[in-house]
Write a protein that binds this ligand. Structure first.
Ligand code: HEC
Length: 140
């Protein structure tokens, strides 16, 4: 019983994705205060963009960048370098190219990520050896 339920979950997820995809654009439930590559950006890109913008660009996607990696790889720009461009393209509703774009929270999330300098991991305040001042995480 347990086993068959677990098995049916991916199918259910697919059906839900399909059902949502035909109506609402992909979105995130809320805009994170501090979006990071590891927690928010990578999963979203992996689900909605890497089909075309992976290691090997597909469906006519440009080859100068890829969105499955954070850092640049050789001459190909990674997501970090592309952050401002991604934010812009999403705000214009240009991607994904099927015409619906992404939802408002996702747009705001990518804009904030770009403005923060495309952070990779959740920020850990670094106060070691300091008495006061900037903790490196926009706090003190
Ligand atoms: C079905 C394939 C496909 C998917 C899915 C897709 N893209 Fe694209 N993308 C393209 C193609 C083709 C181009 C080049 C043509 C163009 O600019 O319209 C492109 C261009 C881009 C560019 C460069 C635009 C420019 O003006 O230089 C960015 C940035 C981008 N995509 C980001 C994304 C993001 C972020 C997602 C996911 C939310 C995404 N794409 C999903 C196919 C795709």
């Amino acid at each position: 019983m347990q086993r068959s339920m677990r098995k049916s979950r991916p199918l259910l997820a697919l059906v839900l994705l399909w059902a949502c995809g035909t109506e609402a654009p992909p979105d995130v439930p809320f805009v994170p205060d501090y979006p990071t590559w590891d927690e928010h950006i990578r999963p979203f890109l992996a689900e909605h963009c890497v089909l075309c913008h992976g290691e090997r660009p597909r469906n006519g996607a440009p080859s100068e960048f890829r969105l499955d990696v954070y850092d640049d790889v050789g001459a190909q720009q990674g997501a970090r370098s592309m952050a401002p461009k991604i934010a812009e393209v999403l705000e214009r509703g240009k991607m994904p190219p099927d015409g619906v774009g992404v939802g408002p929270n996702a747009r705001a999330m990518f804009r904030r990520w770009a403005e923060l300098g495309a952070p990779r991991s959740p920020c850990t305040p670094s106060c070691e050896g300091r008495e006061c001042g900037d903790d490196g995480c926009k706090g003190s």
